[in-house]
Design a protein. Structure first.
Length: 694
């Protein structure tokens, strides 16, 4: 108990010391950028740690004053002595990248002027409160864990209000639940205990940032090791071996490499395994780890475009090199995904944050997914809310992709939608600030995944939880083509499909919409609006599925519209949560319509008004909404391919039910025609009244 209190008190002091240093820089006023302050605090931590580890001297003001007298003839030249010591210490090889550059820059020094002796003294007095000597003499692995945890909290708490600093931390609201999922699977692996006992487990983040995603998984391993029936010393040897050889990171940004190395230093890890380099190009240190990594967890930047011809390397990019030769360019997110897979050993696991295009888009993304599904078992796909990375300056729609480097038959995929992450991000004076709000649904999603993985395998799609939506989809039987879009497999959509399957098969046959209508089969002319040609926009469709021709007559769009004809169905593809569906009626002028409409031409003499009404049925609308994609309502659309796959309960062509449907369609058509006739008559009466007054 005394040991626990001593540890907790020491590291509360560590945290408060770093906070005091930040305030000291703030009072000094010369550094107004949070990045610059963080850099200087890191330099002071390095000085204290290095001197404590490599000399018999306690790093404090007395020690620095002795150096000042020795090198500058006056013990009061504290600032000069502090700068001198730092410039000497950082020449040690541990502070150099693999390309020969120093992690503190080309001319590493402290941003303290030689004359700022009082300021330097205050900084030394603060940083010297952290007694690294005592920690290094008496400390064990858990001591470094705690100090590292406080360093992470310090960065997160004190530098979170700068947009650039948002990149330092993948939100812990994601990290902890996802790692619970991953280690639930890892601990079931028969070979895991042998790997751990040998100290051979390797964790990698190829875009490591501050290093959190390398260090956090080790905490799970430590918990596992601490429960093994071996001696305390044996446990320490295992953990130290993994810390020295099994924590690997790389980043192309200097500051990230610096932060990650210092984070690793404070964790008791080997900073030589943090590399400076580009992880998706050839020639980096990661080439030494091909097919050797047990776990990769990464949140890479994305959006860069590369020439596919630059990636002709079967070992590094096995999926890309199997794609069709017609593709010229490829986005960095696919390159990183392929590179990570090549780094995994067989049965190794990858957790990666990717834009939703990776699971949803067609073209090269679809071709990549096709090969990915042949190469790996997709364990889980989790759709994240757009606010997830808003503090880092992006609201790009992202998913968490979790896979294993093996390919089994009859694989089940856990697919979920997280709509609430437990916080919001608001702008305050132009700075994105994280505000706690709501409940983090990732915790429940993680627990649902764990529970579902313990159940017997089922080849049928299965709902695990309605809200947040969690479903298990069989890869061979349940996927829509090779799309992994979480919305496509939403729990309420699966419920809807089950309802359709349960209908009386003697009376109904469930048909895809493409079986009942043709999608723009004719080549339509594109025409401008004239006196004789009128343009129907999405906003002209009334809630009752009629067209507001009074507004159509006055509408003068800049762009051309595509031809549409009597009896065709206009279906608004944009934001289909608001239903805008209408049948083109007979009209005295030629009609064209907006490109936001999908024009549907009924087959087999089916009354278009009946189809229109069926598309508005609740059981059909749920399918439509779940098959939309986009980051906001203004960009939310359903594509023709997905619209065509919508299932409708259609009566069999013989029997009473068919006749009832046919009669209902005729009735709807007559009712709508009466409404149009009444509106036209009413408009004539209005015009007559206007003429009487003139």
């Amino acid at each position: 108990m005394e040991r626990v209190l001593e540890v907790n008190n020491s590291y509360q002091l560590f945290y408060s010391t770093l906070s005091n240093l930040r305030e000291e820089f703030h009072r000094n006023g010369r550094l107004d950028d949070s990045n610059a302050k963080l850099d200087e605090i890191i330099k002071l931590i390095v000085l204290n740690y290095y001197e404590s580890k490599n000399s018999n001297n306690r790093f404090n003001l007395e020690y620095i004053m002795e150096l000042a007298k020795k090198h500058f003839d006056s013990k009061h030249e504290v600032a000069k002595a502090l700068r001198f010591l730092f410039e000497e210490v950082v020449q040690n090889k541990m502070f150099f990248n693999n390309d020969g550059t120093n992690i503190f820059g080309s001319n590493p020094t402290l941003s303290i002027q030689p004359s700022e002796n009082e300021f330097a003294s205050n900084l030394i007095n603060e940083i010297s409160k952290i007694d690294f000597n005592q920690l290094l003499i008496n400390g064990e692995s858990q001591d470094f864990d705690i100090i590292n945890e406080f360093f992470g909290h310090f960065v997160r708490d004190n530098f979170r209000n700068n947009k650039e600093d948002g990149q330092y931390m993948t939100p812990q609201e994601i990290i902890y639940p996802v790692l619970d999922m991953v280690f639930h699977d890892i601990l079931k692996d028969d070979e895991f205990e042998t790997t751990i006992l040998n100290g051979d487990f390797k964790i990698l983040d190829p875009t490591c940032g501050v290093g959190t995603l390398i260090i956090e998984p080790l905490r799970h391993i430590q918990n596992y090791v601490n429960k093994l029936a071996i001696s305390h010393d044996e446990k320490e040897i295992i953990i130290q071996k993994i810390k020295q050889n099994g924590l690997i990171g790389q980043d192309k940004v200097d500051r990230m490499v610096r932060l990650s190395k210092i984070n690793m230093l404070l964790f008791g890890g080997n900073i030589a395994n943090i590399f400076h380099g580009n992880s998706i190009t050839n020639g980096s240190e990661l080439d030494n780890y091909n097919s050797q990594i047990d776990l990769i967890i990464t949140n890479p930047p994305f959006g860069a475009v590369h020439k596919i011809e630059e990636l002709v390397d079967q070992e590094r990019y096995s999926i890309i090199n199997k794609l069709n030769e017609n593709y010229n360019n490829i986005d960095s997110e696919l390159i990183m995904l392929d590179r990570c897979i090549s780094l995994l050993k067989p049965n190794g696991k990858l957790v990666i944050v990717v834009p939703d295009s990776v699971v949803s888009a067609k073209g090269i993304y679809g071709a990549f997914r096709e090969e990915l599904l042949r190469t790996c078992d997709i364990k889980a796909v989790i759709d994240m809310p757009s606010v997830t990375f808003a503090q880092a300056g992006t609201r790009t729609k992202c998913v968490i992709l979790y896979l294993e480097k093996k390919n089994t038959t009859d694989n089940n995929i856990f697919i979920s939608i997280c709509n609430d992450i437990g916080y919001d991000v608001k702008e305050r004076k132009g700075v994105p600030v994280k505000i706690q709000k709501g409940i983090n649904a990732m915790k429940e999603i993680s627990q649902t995944y764990i529970q579902s993985s313990m159940e017997l395998k089922d080849s049928n799609s299965k709902i695990e939880l309605l809200k947040p939506s969690c479903a298990v989809i069989n890869q061979d039987k349940g996927l829509t083509d090779n799309f992994l879009t979480p919305n496509f497999y939403k729990a309420d959509r699966i419920n809807t499909l089950k309802i359709l399957e349960s209908l009386d098969k003697d009376k109904f046959e469930v048909k895809e919409l493409r079986e009942i209508v043709d999608f723009d089969v004719i080549k339509r002319k594109r025409l401008n609006t004239t006196e004789d040609i009128k343009h129907v926009s999405v906003l002209h469709v009334n809630p009752d599925s009629t067209i507001n021709f009074e507004d159509v007559e006055e509408f003068e769009p800049v762009s051309k519209g595509k031809e549409c004809f009597k009896g065709e169905i206009l279906f608004s593809k944009i934001n289909p949560r608001i239903s805008r569906i209408a049948v083109v009626p007979a009209y005295e002028k030629k009609l064209v319509c907006s490109n936001e409409f999908e024009v549907l031409a009924p087959k087999q003499n089916v009354n278009p008004h009946l189809i229109m009404l069926m598309l508005n049925m609740d059981i059909v609308k749920k399918q439509i909404i779940n098959l939309t994609s986009g980051t906001s309502s203004s960009h939310n659309r359903i594509k023709a391919e997905q619209l065509g796959s919508i299932l409708l309960p259609f009566p069999k062509p013989t029997g009473e039910m068919f006749e009832q449907f046919k009669k209902l369609g005729d009735t709807i058509e007559a009712t709508i025609n009466k409404k149009y006739a009444a509106e036209f008559a009413l408009n004539i009466h209005k015009n007559d009244l206007d003429n009487l007054i003139k």
